[in-house]
Design a protein around this ligand. Structure first.
Ligand code: AMP
Ligand code: ZN
Ligand code: FE
Ligand code: FE
Length: 283
């Protein structure tokens, strides 16, 4: 229910992602590239017998933490929304533009400090129409021999708050929920308590977002501790949120394999039942 292709920062083309999911025994696959639906068509064309495709996207958002400190970047999974909805289209286009500008600026800062990377070389790793992300720069750093792996690139140079960090103007999460819902989609708060990535929101914010129309929370995610999964499951039960599980697969840009975490069929049904934008596709 949460995977990335070359339409953003994954390493499998959308068709390859579908093939890999089929090989892994996945029956229902969601493609959720960052701030784009560019991978939907190729994934749909590649669908294998017995498989279903949930078309989605991971929206770059910003949220108050619930503690009164500065806002934090959060990710919102939107599923089965109409990709032609004007607000969704415009906001995704703006975010992709924002992503490109930001990656260029991070690259320039590193080049100015003597790292052997350049804007043209990094941007050449981003396919036309795809969403640029730090993993593209991470790969350039690996290719240049600066670091051994994408993981090392993040740990040493690309982490949030690093000297080379450049922020991007993300969508207020309440606005994104409203926009995706208006486009007939459903929304799931992605890796809400992934503490190893930095600051996370307070549980009280998840309660507020549930009241603002959030459909579900991603509970079983590789970056969630067992304790946080329990906390999220309890919150979901108390506030009528659907719970999901997913690998957040990025091909070789991350270590987690496909289907490392999965969503139970009843949860999927609840999501699908509330969506009206585009249908689930069956081969
Ligand atoms: P960006 O979209 O440019 O803000 O970069 C965030 C993306 O980088 C996430 O969606 C992940 O795909 C990836 N990422 C973040 N932290 C790590 C890490 N420690 N190792 C590998 N990939 C990471
Ligand atoms: Zn990513
Ligand atoms: Fe994410
Ligand atoms: Fe993701």
């Amino acid at each position: 229910m949460h995977t990335h292709s070359t339409a953003s920062d994954g390493t499998d083309r959308p068709a390859g992602l579908v093939a890999a999911a089929h090989a892994a025994g996945v029956e229902v696959l969601a493609i959720t590239d960052h701030d784009t639906t560019a991978g939907w068509a190729e994934a749909a064309d590649a669908l294998r017998p017995g498989m279903s495709l949930v078309r989605g996207s991971e929206f770059s958002c910003v949220s108050a933490t619930g503690r009164g400190d500065r806002p934090v970047a959060v990710h919102l999974l939107g599923y089965l929304f109409d990709p032609q909805h004007p607000a969704v289209r415009a906001e995704q286009a703006r975010l992709r533009d924002e992503r490109g500008t930001r990656l260029r600026r991070i690259t320039e800062r590193m080049a100015a400090d003597g790292y052997p990377v350049d804007v043209d070389g990094v941007m050449a790793l981003v396919p036309a129409g795809a969403s640029a992300g730090r993993p593209h720069l991470a790969r350039a750093l690996v290719a240049a021999g600066v670091v051994e792996s994408v993981t090392e690139a993040f740990a040493k140079l690309l982490y949030s708050g690093s000297p080379y960090w450049v922020p991007k103007a993300d969508t207020p999460v309440e606005t994104a929920i409203e926009m995706i819902t208006a486009a007939g989609g459903v929304t799931v708060f992605a890796h809400a308590l992934a503490r190893k990535r930095g600051r996370v929101v307070e549980p009280s914010r998840i309660v507020e977002l549930a009241a603002a129309g959030l459909t579900g929370v991603e509970v079983d995610h590789p970056d969630h501790s067992p304790e946080d999964r329990e906390l999220l499951r309890r919150l979901a039960g108390e506030h009528g949120l659907v719970t999901t599980g997913s690998s957040d697969y990025h091909g070789t840009n991350k270590v987690t394999p496909l289907a490392a975490e999965t969503t139970d069929p009843e949860s999927l049904e609840k999501l699908v039942a509330q969506a009206t934008g585009v249908p689930v596709l069956h081969a």
